[in-house]
Design a binder for this molecule. Sequence first.
Ligand SMILES: [Zn+2]
Ligand SMILES: [Zn+2]
Length: 178
Amino acid sequence: MLWLSNIVITLAMVIVMEIVATVAHKHIMHRWGWGWHRSHHAPARGVFEVNDLYAVVFALLAMALIFTGSQGIWPLQWIGVGMTLYGIIYFVLHDGLVHQRWPFRYIPRRGYCRRLYLAHRLHHAVRGKDNCVSFGFIYAPPLDKLRAKLRADHQKRRTKVAATTLMSEVSLREIEKE
Ligand SMILES: [Zn+2]
Ligand SMILES: [Zn+2]
């Protein structure tokens, strides 16, 4: 039954990788790892982005695991195969479906693919690294929730700007009085 364990490990790794990628996207790529990820949030220039280096790092890690596993350290090779499978799904859904980095154009019109497409578009709706929503690549949170959060953040920023302008006007008046 070793083959069954291998399949279970591979599929479980896809789920684990989605969790790892979501957490890394939110807490690394949008924070201290922004240097590489910024290129993905900027208008496309050329075929490759600096952000692709993250995929290269994961690919190298998966290759090292498959190599070590095939030298006899089971189940490392299946962990590596699961990572590779996740990489393929990531490429098809994120690079292909959402960002159209393939040689044809296909915009999903309904169902899960449509929801994933729109959720990731909303991830790119905010300029810069702060206040973004939806960090997953396979899982898409409900669109209503994402829109509500974006709207609330936008409102908060507007109130803040209004408050600072008001403050500077007030202090200006105070200064003029003197
Ligand atoms: Zn991002
Ligand atoms: Zn993206």
